[in-house]
Design a protein around this ligand. Structure first.
Ligand SMILES: [Mn+2]
Length: 318
């Protein structure tokens, strides 16, 4: 074998680190839980951080998002009064060191996030990804889609993100849903900013619930959840919520989901489907206030509770 080829082969293997070597030791983990509950072996949830803002088109700051959510999570009460239990310590949450994000969006999500997420899914654990801009998500979705057949995506966002490419970059944040759509059909809610024509893939439909029409609780929420298949990946751009809930985000749009409407959606999904992966992206902390990152940490804690309480005891059939 020529020398150059052998070297290339070695480089590829080096780019796929063992997930166990990325684990944060000690108490500076998500939710500040005892380290013995945060090992890869013990924990059923595993949190990846991707502090990336390579392709943002307007306000910046998302590179600081994951660490801010990490720090805020350490102030979140571990008991969940909605489900009546302390799921975070019961099931354990493993924190991974942040990805090195000095690379293209494509290299980050496909070359770095995907192989780690794949190992998490293969170990039977629940992958969580904290961004960073939305371009980090497709690699995690790919790993989950390979591990879970019959996957669909529930997508909370102000933006449809279905452009085939943006500024010639197919892995731009504005193309995140187009890339995710390669792996699964999508149900979008909160959408209030889009290109006129973004058809999605014919074999994997995209159902869009625009915010101008669907902005208050109603039967449409059950209809939207009804379009999801058995296994569901949640991708949550915090700008899908109203800016009063998440003011710190790159492209805030007025008129999004209320806090409780968002939670109700996720509750409905957890009660009737099997949620198998999650990302929360586009947190851009605002100096002098912790509102955004604390809300994101709280959302993460709630979703962990809903998955634990309902998906993992789910007797319902779809
Ligand atoms: Mn968005």
């Amino acid at each position: 074998m020529p020398k150059a080829t052998r070297r290339a082969g070695k480089a590829r293997r080096a780019a796929e680190p063992d997930v166990r070597k990325l684990v944060v030791r000690g108490e500076d983990n998500f939710f500040a839980i005892p380290p013995e509950l945060a090992t890869f072996e013990r924990a059923r949830f595993v949190v990846m951080s991707a502090p990336f803002e390579g392709t943002v088109s307007y306000g910046g700051g998302t590179a600081a998002g994951p660490r801010a959510v990490h720090t805020a999570s350490q102030q979140v009460e571990l008991f969940d009064e909605i489900t009546g239990a302390e799921h975070i310590t019961r099931h354990g949450v493993c924190t991974l060191k942040p990805f090195n994000t000095r690379c293209s969006a494509e290299e980050l999500t496909m070359g770095r996030i995907y192989p780690v997420a794949r190992q998490i899914v293969a170990a039977g654990k629940f992958p969580i990804l904290i961004g960073g801009e939305h371009s980090v998500s497709p690699g995690a979705v790919k790993a989950v889609a390979e591990g879970w057949p019959d996957l669909s995506i529930f997508h909370i966002d102000a933006h449809s993100d279905l452009r085939e490419a943006y500024h010639d970059d197919a892995y731009s944040h504005a193309s995140a849903a187009a890339r995710m759509n390669e792996y699964a059909p999508i149900v979008q809610v909160g959408i209030r900013s889009r290109e006129a024509f973004e058809p999605g893939r014919p074999d994997k439909p995209v159902h869009c619930y625009h915010a101008f029409e669907y902005n208050t609780p109603g039967a449409w929420m059950d209809e939207a959840v009804g379009k999801l298949s058995r296994n569901v990946y949640l991708t949550i751009d915090v700008d899908g919520f109203d800016p009063s809930v998440f003011p710190g985000t790159g492209t805030p749009e007025p008129g999004g989901l209320s806090w409780y409407m968002g939670l109700d959606f996720i509750k409905k999904i957890a009660r009737s489907r099997n949620i198998v992966g999650l990302d929360i992206v586009e947190v851009a902390p605002v100096k002098g206030t912790q509102v955004t990152e604390f809300a994101a940490a709280r959302l993460l804690g709630r979703i962990i509770a809903f998955v634990s309480a309902w998906c993992w005891n789910n007797k319902g059939a779809v």
